[in-house]
Write a protein that binds this ligand. Sequence first.
Ligand code: SF4
Length: 212
Amino acid sequence: MFVSEIFLSIQGESTYAGLACVFVRLAGCNLTCSWCDTPYARGVEGARDMTADEIIAEVKGFKCGLVEVTGGEPLIQSGAKELVEKLVAGGLKVLIETNGSVCLDGISKKAVKVVDVKCPSSGHAGSFLIENLGFITEYDEFKFVIAAREDYEFAKDFLREFAKDRAAEVLFAPVTPGLDPKDLARWILEDGLSVRLSIQLHKYIWNGERGR
Ligand code: SF4
């Protein structure tokens, strides 16, 4: 597998936000989101070619019980599901973040899938693979990165139409920088939505520094 970086940080998103977490960032992506905050991971240039066992050995070196497999889009690499399986078998709590455009079938049920459904401002509204709804469990999380009111309305419609009561959590995250979190907070409160406002904690701490 092509690996962009492996590092220890504070989990900045999801319901695991605030916990120490090892990130395995696989290289390569099938999308080109307009506000992508990891453009260096969209291609494989400069990435290390590693086996699942080599990745796991490096992860275990950090002595941290929480690991997130992310990207790029991790699932475009054929070994990603095996990597998740082996990390779970190794006793780690595993999150996998995906853009939802690649089939989720075959991912360990013990891993938490954080599914980032793309909104219109990303340039990829409609990229979510609708069959993936069948693979979302009550332990998984939907995430919507929101840059404008149009994205917010899209996310609300998606939840109403497809995702109600399907996943454990729904995260609404403002694009940083881009949308003032106060605006998103106000919209959520005005509509009485049962979603979690997700501020990217790692950016608050390290201001978007790479490897954090
Ligand atoms: S899916 Fe993620 S890595 Fe790929 S372009 Fe979009 S934000 Fe960047």
